[in-house]
Design a protein around this ligand. Structure first.
Ligand code: SAM
Length: 262
């Protein structure tokens, strides 16, 4: 018996799409990775070992999931598209350390699901080729939620990665740069050309690695107030931040926002 080629190889991906009569749904950001070298680089950038539990957002037909399953202790995938469940059942059948949940990641109760699905003695990482239409809400949820992740390694549009990593006084610098960089170390691990996907997206992508910052004095501060303050500053760029800050103090009188923490 000949062994199946890997799920993400172009030949197998195309065969799976044909057999299930699937066409990638643009509305769900479905662009399937078909470059095994890129998948290796993602797993390497996330430094996945058998000591890691991994959450994958949007397993698709299982190309990245397969590589994660080989390297990690366990993989939990959140896939919103119910039509992909029978496909994943078949493609990932050889891996007994994969669990797929048919759920919108933005609606999932992560702390509860994580405590039910994973052993707590392992590291917890997020690795994903993100659906591009909701990259920013997903990243914001991950970095401001209650769950601590040892690393978040995600593929996104190159332009969004550049905004996340932008330095002050550059064009892409904005509220997203300030908020993400305040809470995380940011590393653009590598750029992925659009030719690495079926179907090809219009733009190139980048793999971004986020790890929580440990170099700041840990003083509890009101994250919600911080985020709306930063967004306010960038929305009203002609007002001085001091004026906006006074507005927020009045609005959040009981808030514990401390300017010195950022
Ligand atoms: N991981 C696969 C790969 O790399 O080839 C597919 C990645 S594709 C860019 C994004 C995947 O996310 C699709 O399978 C899509 O159905 C799924 N998706 C889209 N929105 C989602 C959501 N809100 N929650 C969970 N999955 C979602």
């Amino acid at each position: 018996m000949t062994e199946n080629p890997q799920i993400a190889s172009p030949i197998r991906t195309q065969a799976i799409l044909n057999r299930y009569h699937l066409s990638a749904k643009k509305s769900l950001g479905q662009n399937f990775l078909t470059d095994l070298g890129v998948l290796d680089n993602i797993v390497e950038a996330a430094e996945i070992t058998k000591d890691d539990n991994v959450i994958e957002i949007g397993p698709g037909i299982g190309g990245l999931t397969e590589q994660l399953a080989k390297a990690a202790n366990k993989v939990l995938g959140f896939e919103i598209d119910a039509n992909l469940l029978p496909v994943l059942d078949e493609t990932l059948a050889p891996y007994d350390n994969v669990e797929i949940i048919n759920q919108d990641i933005l609606k999932a109760n992560l702390p509860d699901i994580i405590s039910q699905s994973f052993d707590s003695d392992k590291k917890l990482k997020v690795v994903a080729n993100l659906p591009y239409y909701i990259t920013t809400p997903i990243v914001m949820d991950l970095i401001t939620g209650q769950t601590h992740f040892d690393a978040i390694v995600v593929m996104m549009q190159k332009e969004v990665a550049e905004r996340i990593n932008a330095k002050p006084s550059t064009k892409p610098y904005g509220s997203l740069s300030v908020i993400v960089q305040e809470l995380n170390n940011v590393d653009i691990s590598f750029i992925v050309p659009k030719t690495a996907f079926i179907p090809q997206p219009k733009v190139d992508s980048a793999i971004v690695k986020l790890t929580q910052r440990t170099d700041k004095p840990v003083e509890p501060f009101d994250q919600k107030a911080f985020i709306s303050f930063v967004r306010g500053c960038f929305m009203h760029q002609r007002k001085r931040c001091g004026i906006i800050y006074r507005g927020y103090l009045e609005k959040h009188r009981k808030s514990r926002l401390k300017l010195k923490t950022f």
